[in-house]
Design a protein. Structure first.
Length: 254
């Protein structure tokens, strides 16, 4: 799907995108770069990050690649500080990194769920916490947290994942109410079914087969759809904060 840019100008702005080695994060980093932002990108897969960085530099963007495992909260805070140190500021933080482990609660692998909680929720909180001092000092900033329709509606076999995404939604609203007086905007994005690698993480084979069959029966959202939504939100006038965006494929009922 095309990443053609609607009118948007982020010249002089700096963004950090987590989970940027594929999918929504990769598409968002590219669209932010096309809009003129300097972009820091982070994920575990260093080779994928470097390939993306080279492509974005080819568009004329200033790019900083920061390989890291964000399941470590200290690493999540560290990439924020590294981006600020390199660029001198951080204006936009897009917390996109995450995994989706779906399985029945009674047989769930709790070590796997612990990892999911650490990455989907704790790392996001740590990155926000690290970004706040600089944004407060400049009285300017925008934090975008990626949640899911699973953060609004829980279904069988989604217990752990839904818990993390409900957490992201609740945390984001609390953060907004704490930060708005410093002109810091907070947006939570809740996509429905998106055609990405996310479903590859599902280790419970019957659940993976069922959700793939369900997703294959619809015109799925594409990473570029979410990227355009994010850029739309962060390019609004300073007095406009789009707090929450819920988007589903037209064909998705629930």
């Amino acid at each position: 799907m095309s990443l053609d840019l609607f009118p948007a100008n982020l010249d002089g702005r700096v963004a950090l995108v987590t989970g940027a080695s594929s999918g929504i994060g990769e598409a968002t980093a590219e669209l932010l770069a096309r809009a003129g932002a300097g972009v820091a990108i982070t994920a575990r897969r260093a080779d994928r990050l470097e390939a993306l960085a080279a492509r974005l530099r080819g568009l004329g963007a200033e790019v900083l690649a920061l390989p890291a495992d964000l399941a470590d909260a200290a690493a999540a805070a560290g990439v924020v500080r590294s981006a600020e140190q390199h660029f001198g500021r951080l204006d936009i933080l897009v917390n996109n990194a995450g995994v989706m482990y779906l399985e029945p609660i009674d047989s769930a692998d709790l070590d796997r769920w612990q990892h999911m909680v650490q990455l989907n929720l704790v790392a996001l909180i740590a990155a926000c916490q690290a970004a706040l001092p600089g944004m407060r000092s400049r009285k300017d900033g925008h934090i975008v947290n990626i949640a899911s329709t699973a953060g609004r509606q829980a279904n069988p076999n989604t217990g752990g994942y839904s818990a993390t995404k409900w957490g992201v939604v609740g945390f984001s609203e609390s953060l907004r109410r704490e930060a708005y007086k410093d002109n810091i905007r907070v947006t939570v994005i809740e996509p429905g079914v998106v055609e990405t690698e996310l479903r590859d993480h599902i280790a419970h084979a019957p659940t993976q087969a069922a959700i793939n069959t369900w997703a294959d029966g619809m015109r799925q959202l594409q990473s570029a759809d979410i990227a355009r939504t994010i850029v739309f939100c962060v390019t609004q006038p300073a007095h406009v904060n789009i707090n929450e965006v819920l988007l589903r494929p037209t064909d998705q009922e629930r």
